[in-house]
Design a protein around this ligand. Structure first.
Ligand SMILES: *Cc1c(COP(=O)(O)O)cnc(C)c1O
Length: 392
């Protein structure tokens, strides 16, 4: 049975053109870029050309790019590296309740270190109100961190406006851009963020590589200690094959983003309209006006999302609930709960995230599979069994 992948917000496959660059690089470019000999300098050259490629995608200068091990490390470096380095009495930071665990976890650590953290809520649209950020600022706020696009709903946040507000209040601005890069245009100048997180494996490069954009002059301290790599922001011998792959992925995105985003937007709308038309008591979670083109998050009342994920997997379709499995029990998504969904509806929600692997035939087949699976699960559901018993 063929399997089709509709979970590109969890991770993406390595694309053919990235493979073509990566495989020979693994075999041939093994020098340490810190070495002065031929092998080292060859690696150094590849490192710097990848830095230029990523900088170009982000509208940044190459010396504003710090390579890391991924989105989680970039988020931690930005948040801990700014807050710990903040001078004097700047012991307050602002974020939102819908951030990725990589950001939420870094802020929880800051709290343990004595920094006061304000978490701004969202409404049903899932869009952060910039006015709420303004009201959360204090005279001693060091940092504001708001994600560009949400991984579960695709909701795009007004980060440029929030960056202006943060700067007016004397704070620095970090943006987790992992789910935005490659899906919507990102320009460091227009956004005005001081720090911007990128992850390779959400962008058709391999896992274990990422980057942090650090605007020139930003007072970022290191959070790990060792050699003087990456302008003393991130010690450790560079992951050359991973970085070269990320550079190539960024180059492909710069050339193809407009076209691919339009293609995915049309496919996503086809999927969404098809499901809503075929499945009663279903609906889209969050704003449909401000979204990345590849994502839709849909609730199906009276079913368990986990059961639908499994049912669709058996039919050959990979999708996801936003839910995290902690301590054995399925927790409803913190993002959907923050948007005001009931626990039941949050648990009855599925994220469909499209990518380069998908086409219209797959989307049409997925619509049929969702309709059939939801109908089947609802027939089995104890809620419906109970209703039928009452009616008989
Ligand atoms: C995946 C993701 C991360 C973490 O990136 P990794 O490279 O997997 O560590 C951070 N933020 C968001 C929004 C993500 O989707």
């Amino acid at each position: 049975m063929p399997h089709f992948y509709f979970d590109h917000n969890a991770t993406t496959p390595v694309s053919p053109e990235v493979m073509e660059t990566l495989v020979p690089c693994l075999a041939e470019v093994y020098g340490n870029p810190s070495s002065i000999h031929h092998f080292g300098q060859a690696a150094k050259q590849r490192l710097e050309s990848a830095r230029r490629q990523l900088a170009e995608l982000l509208g940044a200068q190459p010396n504003e790019i710090v390579f890391t091990s991924g989105g989680t490390e970039s988020d931690n470096l930005a948040i801990l590296g700014i807050a710990r380095n903040a001078r004097g009495e700047r012991k307050h930071a602002v974020t939102t309740v819908i951030e990725h665990p990589a950001v939420l976890g870094a802020f929880a650590q800051l709290e343990r270190e004595g920094v006061e953290v304000t978490r701004v809520p969202v409404g049903g649209s899932g869009v952060v109100d910039a006015g709420d950020i303004r009201r959360a600022l204090k005279p001693h706020t060091a940092l504001v961190s708001v994600m560009h696009a949400n991984n579960e709903t695709g909701t795009v946040q007004p980060v440029a406006e929030i960056a202006r507000i943060a700067h007016d209040g004397g704070a620095l601005m970090h943006v987790d851009g992992v789910q935005a890069v490659g899906k919507i245009p990102v320009d460091a100048g227009t956004l005005g963020a001081d720090l911007y997180t990128v992850s390779g494996h959400k962008l058709y490069a391999p896992k274990g590589v990422g980057a942090l954009y650090v605007r020139k002059g930003t007072p970022l301290g290191s959070i790990t200690f060792g050699g003087r790599h990456e302008r003393e922001r991130r010690p450790g011998t560079e992951n050359i094959p991973g970085i070269v792959a990320l550079g190539r992925a960024a180059e492909w995105m710069r050339e193809n983003l407009t076209e691919e985003a339009a293609r995915l937007g049309a496919l996503r709308d086809r999927l969404e309209c098809g499901i809503l038309a075929r499945v009663p008591a279903s609906g889209v979670n969050g704003s449909v006006a401000s979204r990345t083109p590849n994502t839709t998050n849909i609730h199906f009342d009276d079913i368990e999302g986990e059961a639908l994920v499994i049912a669709l997997d058996l039919r050959g379709f990979a999708v996801s609930t936003g839910a995290a499995c902690s301590s054995g029990a399925v927790q409803p998504s913190h993002v959907l709960i923050a948007m005001g969904l009931s626990k039941e509806r949050a648990k009855a929600s599925i994220r469909f995230s499209l990518g380069r692997a998908n086409d219209a035939a797959q989307v049409d087949a997925l619509i049929e599979a969702v309709a059939a699976s939801v109908e089947h699960l609802r027939r089995l559901s104890p809620v419906n069994t109970r209703l039928e018993t009452v009616h008989v």
